[in-house]
Design a protein around this ligand. Sequence first.
Ligand SMILES: [Zn+2]
Length: 678
Amino acid sequence: MSRSSCWPNFRKALNKFLIPVVAVALCFVHSSVFAQASTAYAEHDIEVSLKPASGEIEIIDKVRVEGRKNYSFRLAPWLGIESVSLDDQQLNVVRQGDKYVVALPDARPHVIGFNLRGKVPARNTQQSTALRSSSGDDGVYLPGYDAWIPQDDAYLIRYRLMVKVPPEQRAVATGELVIELITDEQYLATFEVKHPREPPSLFAGPYQVKERYRHGLRLRTYFHAELADLADVYLDAADGYIQRYQASIGAYPYTEFHIISAPLPVGLGFPGLTYVGRQVIPLPFMRTRSLAHEVLHNWWGNGIRVDYASGNWAEGLTTYMADYALAQDKGAAEARSMRVKWLRDYAALPAQRDQPPRAFKSKQHQASQVIGYNKLAFVFHMLANEIGQPAFADGLRRFWSQHVHAEAAWEDLQAAFEQAAGRDLDWFFRQWLERSGAPRLSLGAHSVEQVAAGYLTRIEIIQSVTGYRFKLPVLLATDDGDQRYEINISDALTRVKFITPAKPRYIHIDPDSDVFRHLQQDETPPILRDVTLNSAAITVIASADAEFVEVARNLAARLMDVEPRFENLSALQYSDQALLLIVSSSNLAQQLGQLRLEQLPELPDVSPSAAAWTARRAIGAPVLVVMAENAAELRALLRPLPHYGGQSYVLFTAGRAVSRGLWPLGRGSLYRDLQSPL
Ligand SMILES: [Zn+2]
């Protein structure tokens, strides 16, 4: 890309106002649509003039291509082509289906010039998504995959992007910030990408920018005015995470990191930046767990891109090294409770919605998160246990140094861990990536007898789903303290024996939940997700108030991971279907009576104006009861309630969750008392 040929009008102004800028390099989000058919990338020289308030946009794009017969591209439907030229000669483009094609005379280098004009669609907070461009007073979002410049999905690109916005606005794009200029008339910034990658994503809005240099990196927040006070907290936190992951993986691959406030309710990781809903930024989990996750995507997913054809390894690895590692920082109990939560979510997933982790590409709904994030994060936990922490850490560093700035597949990750561990791990990756489902464990017969050395305890461990091989921790509690063992399970029936000097009290298999498996029903309390993930579930609304019913239908649509099916309670009585019951307080007793359920299992001592809680009917089918005093109280649940899927109950007062939790549990069937007679 030739820098000197661009935008001569600004040369003088630039010399006067040029703010020296260190480099940034950026790239992309989770789900890529780019096929990368060859290394023959195109070079774009882009000039954007944008009025965020009205959404008006003008784009000049000069695309240099070489070695092709034609240039085929998509273009967002809201953009009009004013003119196209080929090597400075005006030209007409041909539309073929949803694409345009420019025929090229030969394989030599050519420059195709585009003048485009349009209006970025006005944002509708109900309909606008992370995948589509949108504009409004509070900001403009132009994601790279939305073809807001001519986009040939078969090739990566290099680009130089100059953007101009009114002076009260700021604009920022993926790419290295090389020029920034603020005058009374406008704000101008130029971004460059030297290594071929996906098209640029561009963000603009009435932002206040705060900047800081740390450890050679430029860190910035682009926040709406009401968030300005949070900038320092975010810059400190981002710096901390970047240092942490640099130390454990390898150097941060870009020279900058930005946190940009989004008018949309999103949380997206792009190379060198994260785009986060402005309503989410003040929430504590955002600057801790979620920020760590997005920062880590600069290594996993952006620094090394995902070869989607082989499946998406990046979300599971990021969840393991960010979300889970932060839980580990708080102690073993916190880490265990995250593993248990993943297992519980998995137990709530109906078999027909399960899929082999290798099939996971990106998060489409909660069901894919249970596999693509949680199960895969658990797989990395087991891998670390299998090969040991030092080999695991070494494998990650190898993977990083071998594939940074390129695409990588599951096979590449496997190869790096095999090198680090010095052994074959094909069986491990095969069993955890290519199968859906999970091991199921139960205990068979046991015996305890006194022997010369003390006590001999025998017990049978039954694996009813065959073909899994794993290390299984065992806790044997004796009169003289706890003994811990690790046994290798590979058969349907494993007979184990332990000799202990002291008398055994009880045995607990997988006491800390270190193996990914199907929890038995007695190990897992019902949670909201048992119903909301269940595509066979029916929804019953019990209220005579028309407004309540309307709000309830709305709430059901937000809660259920699939389109809700509305029925009467009579449709359910003899089946084992999951049920979502939305009921006004005055109807509660009667409805529960029909279901033969108790009014409310034991709950904390608050008198809620609305509540959601789970139960199981006698046949084991899960029920989610949502009750509210009136339509207004129910409406207040629309936003918060879908966030409590992992809970057994949540109680609300005036739309605020005042209490939540899991029903207490028995010890489950993998616990065996060895003192009582058989
Ligand atoms: Zn992620």
